[in-house]
Design a protein around this ligand. Sequence first.
Ligand SMILES: [Ca+2]
Ligand SMILES: [Ca+2]
Length: 236
Amino acid sequence: MKKLIVLVLSLAMVLSFTATVYAEPNATWEAVKGTAAVDGVKDDAYKNAPEIKMEAVSDTVDGREVDDTKASFWVLYDAEAIYFFVEVQDSALDDTNGNVWEKDSIELRIDNKDNLVQAFAVDETYTGSVASEVKVLKTDKGYNVEFKVPYATAEGSTMKFTMQVNCAKDGGRNHTLHTNPDLKDAWQNNAVFENLLFASAASPKTGVVSYGLVYGAGAALCALGVISLKGKRKSN
Ligand SMILES: [Ca+2]
Ligand SMILES: [Ca+2]
């Protein structure tokens, strides 16, 4: 009996972990209140915001590797703007391809596919008028990008957006990173955009986390069901 409980609880843990790989399509993520200095360094205020991991690998190319690039971002908002801080671990910064989307870079879209700012790792530059301030800063792990986007934020409301990392190495893009594989089409399809919620406080409970909780709770309920069935059988 003990063995069975351990087995089922282990299964519950495995399920809750394996289900945390991707966010669901059109997921909602939280920005928390705060103001940042746009300098490429992570302000203390971002510690109140949930980490948004970009673990969905898309746009792979035959014959090219899926490299070791990893990325996460955090979001703050105040009365006048939204602040995005993106941290990228990338051991090989590359911008030798002529196509802008094949250089190591971040693409942030606000509201729709054409409202774009793109920040480039190697020369620490950016293009696009969406952001009023952008700072790209190379680090010993890869690079950071911080964006300030002027926006009429209102607590409790949401905004459409997408974040993409272009992962380049040896002269071309190997793949992209997002929070959900659907977002590979964000450059041409507004319907796949995700939502940013201007939350009242720091309470991470969306996207990846909620998926894990749903599966974890489901598996735990199954475990309880098995245990009570076993108990019933014993008492019969
Ligand atoms: Ca900063
Ligand atoms: Ca790279």
